[in-house]
Design a protein around this ligand. Structure first.
Ligand SMILES: [Zn+2]
Length: 198
């Protein structure tokens, strides 16, 4: 058994031993909100936003971007599970700022192995079995955090399946201080339009 697998199963045994009344939690998030954020290992939404099991939905992907699949989850979160406030949280020092679609496509065409980031540049370990299929993926990279938060909040706000009365807040998590920094323009763009669809 791999070391990681062994560790995960041991941690889960301890966790489930103390599971207790969490067995009675309802499916809809108790505090009725959802967070869209990056998969970065330094971000722990349960800790930085004070969540316990059953409190909120957390949707994560590379960058915390408003991809079609993130929007699918947000719509389910509201329509079927009654969340009423959403957060889009990107973060400083995000890996999504380190490459472009072209860079990723070239790396994948070169090989499928893990690339190396040296002196601000991605290099591939060698010419092996690469594939051109990265050309068909929009990698949703980030040039500027404030712009990406604003773009994602606007994109969600404009979506025809997103209700107008839900506020969408835009924030950047600072990986150096653990603080959430508001992107005022994004929160402004995500303001609910009261009086429309409820
Ligand atoms: Zn990130």
């Amino acid at each position: 058994m791999s070391k990681v697998l062994e560790e995960v199963l041991a941690a889960n045994a301890a966790y489930s031993a103390g599971f207790g009344d969490k067995a009675d939690l309802a499916m809809p998030p108790k505090r009725r909100f959802a967070v869209l954020t990056c998969m970065d290992a330094r971000l722990d939404p349960a800790k930085f936003a004070g969540l316990a099991e059953g409190d909120a939905h957390v949707i994560r992907n590379a960058g915390g971007r408003a991809s079609d699949d993130a929007i699918r989850s947000l719509i389910i979160s509201y329509k079927l599970l009654a969340t009423r406030e959403w957060f889009v949280i990107h973060h400083t020092d995000c890996g999504m700022e380190t490459f472009t679609d072209d860079i990723m496509r070239d790396l994948l065409r070169n090989s499928l192995r893990t690339a190396e980031f040296r002196n601000g540049k991605w290099t591939d370990p060698g010419k092996t079995e690469g594939a051109p299929d990265g050309d068909f993926i929009d990698w949703l990279t980030i040039r500027n955090q404030e712009e990406s938060v604003l773009a994602d909040v606007r994109h969600i706000r404009r979506h025809p399946l997103v209700p107008q009365d839900i506020p969408i807040y835009g924030y950047i998590f600072d990986v150096k201080s653990g603080k959430l920094l508001e992107v005022a323009k994004a929160t402004e763009a995500g303001k609910p339009k009261i009086g429309k669809a409820a």
